[in-house]
Design a protein around this ligand. Structure first.
Ligand SMILES: Cc1cc2nc3c(=O)[nH]c(=O)nc-3n(C[C@H](O)[C@H](O)[C@H](O)COP(=O)(O)OP(=O)(O)OC[C@H]3O[C@@H](n4cnc5c(N)ncnc54)[C@H](O)[C@@H]3O)c2cc1C
Length: 418
């Protein structure tokens, strides 16, 4: 009990970090979250539904936000990155750079600023499939519920229309970046993943047509707060696709790309076939796979979806996706590994099941940690630095929350045993 009140620094802002922070705070420790985005929730915030129950992620997420809101032991910084971390006499000293949000805590998210903003920018929350204004609410369920200004897109004080429109004095276009010094007694790293960049996979033709998307884009297309209001349609012409090919292991289990299996892509595709059939059971879904991977409790979910009508599973790695000029669709070519036949399947749309690329491959945090070749973190020789979530290994949400709870315990043990 004497150690309560000590601080655990948690880097990231997804489900793993939120779980670690809440568990630590509810055990009486202080938790400080550092998230690079303008909102918490990580990639789960961008999902339409969770497998296997297919409920919206915001059911569970909102419970976490409310536990955080009601607990003064949790503090979070968004638009923040760890600049340096040093250990002195057993205490970690972190320098955290916080980028300006240009909107202060007086914001009520009324949206009057957005109405007058003259600048459009790609909406990264929807993976660039639509735009927002330069002053934007990250998404409807964002935590914190506060607008932010994209400093790179905004015209600044020379425009200032949003400042005039705001009745609450919430917009400060002169806000500057600041560096915050934080002292902590343990550090938990949960920086998660990025979707593997499909532009790197030449034979799968991503970027050649807007009708070839990847699985994270499909989550946004199916979401009611997504770019099409939840209607799954071809980005090129807004038509409902009559047929969709799902290409598994797009960049995964491949020595030219990522060697690892992301463990969830087969399940994500089954979930997305269910989205198609919720919209229209007549849509033909073709899933091209190397092996189907769904462990333990997920087996029944896979059986249910794959037994649906208009669902065809083809065991074969896709060799080529060629545009079919006449229809705006594609011919997907693969060798069926069971029959030995070449398959040339015509479809209206393609979804590439890209896997989880550890965010550490984009940027390594200045923390003394080792990494596997794939970029996943391995346990640190310093017991006060703990990795968790997808930063450590590809996992579903349930496994991440279990591991993040264990990370809290390890952090507390490292403090108590010091
Ligand atoms: C297509 C697809 C569908 C999926 N669907 C499901 C599903 O239905 N059910 C399920 O259980 N799982 C699903 N998953 C898996 C799920 O997304 C992960 O389990 C979950 O995102 C892991 O959470 P995390 O907190 O570890 O990482 P993340 O969600 O990636 O969160 C990490 C956070 O850290 C932040 N960050 C990264 N680097 C830094 C840095 N240097 N400094 C500060 N912050 C940083 C990021 O901005 C992010 O907010 C799916 C995965 C994919 C690819």
């Amino acid at each position: 009990m004497s150690e309560q009140g000590k601080t655990i620094l948690v880097v990231g802002g997804g489900i793993s970090v939120m779980t670690t922070a809440i568990e630590a705070a509810e055990a009486g420790y202080k938790a400080v979250i550092i998230e690079r985005n303008s909102y918490l929730g990580g990639r789960v915030a961008q999902m339409n539904k969770y497998f296997p129950k297919l409920c919206p992620p915001y059911c569970g997420m909102e419970i976490n936000f409310s536990r955080m809101r009601s607990n003064p032991n949790v503090r979070s910084y968004t638009l923040a990155r760890l600049e340096s971390l040093n250990k002195e006499d057993g205490t970690y000293k972190a320098a955290v750079k916080v980028e300006p949000r240009f909107v202060n805590s007086k914001c009520t998210a009324c949206g009057e600023c957005e109405k007058v903003c003259p600048v459009d920018r790609p909406n990264d929350f929807n993976y660039g499939m639509d735009t927002t204004k330069a002053i934007y609410l990250p998404h409807e369920m964002a935590f914190p519920v506060r607008y932010a200004v994209d400093g790179a897109a905004c015209k600044g004080a020379s425009c200032g229309k949003c400042v005039e429109a705001c009745k609450y004095d919430a917009i400060e276009l002169e806000m500057q970046a600041e560096t915050v010094e934080i002292e902590a007694d343990a550090v938990v790293m949960a920086t998660g993943w990025n979707p593997y960049d499909p532009n790197k996979i030449d034979n799968l033709a991503f970027g050649k047509s807007p009708n070839i998307i990847n699985n994270v884009m499909m989550e946004r297309l199916a979401a009611v707060n997504g770019p099409t209001g939840g209607k799954i349609q071809r980005p090129s012409d807004g038509k409902e696709p009559a047929s969709v090919a799902f290409v598994q292991c797009a960049g995964s289990r491949d020595e030219n790309h990522m060697q690892h299996c992301s463990a969830i892509c087969c399940l994500a595709t089954f979930k997305q076939i269910a989205y198609l059939h919720e919209q229209n059971p007549e849509i033909q879904a073709y899933m091209f796979y190397i092996d189907l991977r769904a462990q333990g409790k997920y087996e029944a979910f896979v059986q249910d979806v794959s037994a649906q009508e208009n669902t065809t599973l083809i065991k074969g790695k896709v060799a080529e996706i060629a545009e079919d000029g006449a229809t705006g669709g594609f011919i997907v070519t693969a060798e069926n590994a069971v029959t030995g036949e070449k398959v040339h399947q015509a479809v209206d749309m393609v979804v590439l099941a890209t896997g989880m690329d550890p965010a550490s491959n984009e940027m390594r945090a200045p923390v003394s940690l080792d990494y596997e070749m794939s970029g996943f973190m391995v346990p640190s020789s310093d017991p006060g630095i703990i990795a968790t979530g997808v930063a450590k290994k590809p996992s579903d949400v349930a496994s991440c929350t279990q591991d993040a709870t264990a990370a809290t315990l390890k952090a507390i043990q490292s403090i108590v045993r010091r």
